[in-house]
Design a protein around this ligand. Structure first.
Ligand code: HEC
Length: 113
């Protein structure tokens, strides 16, 4: 019984670590940094505007419409480049909405992407 419990705990831990590494932010680094705007807005600002990973995941799941994007809908400079981010969304984020949103918030929290 004890070993069964341990096995269940071990399986749970494996699931947690698999989820944490499910989404790589490596391709995002080409255009984003944590604390300053590059091609795209600083992820710190993105996290502040959305407030939570759930809120960002919801906008991703709703198809990441430009009018729903908190940055692009309020900052003309970035609205003009929304199509670039739409392409990245279709390539990397679609189908991984929750993991991508969590990865962005985790990056901001840890300061590393
Ligand atoms: C080729 C450059 C490029 C890459 C690569 C890129 N982005 Fe972006 N991103 C942009 C630009 C430009 C904007 C501003 C336009 C916009 O907000 O739609 C942006 C905006 C965003 C926003 C804010 C959307 C809003 O307006 O509220 C999020 C969230 C985001 N990117 C996440 C990511 C993630 C996650 C990745 C990696 C999978 C990524 N980006 C990769 C260029 C890029």
């Amino acid at each position: 019984m004890k070993s069964l419990k341990l096995a269940i705990v071990a399986a749970g831990l494996m699931t947690v670590s698999a989820t944490a590494s499910a989404f790589s932010t490596a391709p995002c680094k080409a255009c984003h940094a944590i604390d300053h705007d590059v091609v795209g807005p600083a992820w710190k600002r993105v996290a502040e505007k959305y407030g939570s990973a759930d809120a960002l995941a919801k906008v991703f799941k709703d198809g990441f419409k430009v009018e729903d994007r908190k940055i692009a809908s309020t900052e003309p400079k970035f609205k003009a480049q929304a199509a670039t981010m739409t392409g990245m969304f279709n390539t990397y984020i679609k189908g991984h909405e929750d993991d991508a949103a969590k990865a962005l918030f985790a990056a901001v929290k840890s300061g590393k992407m």
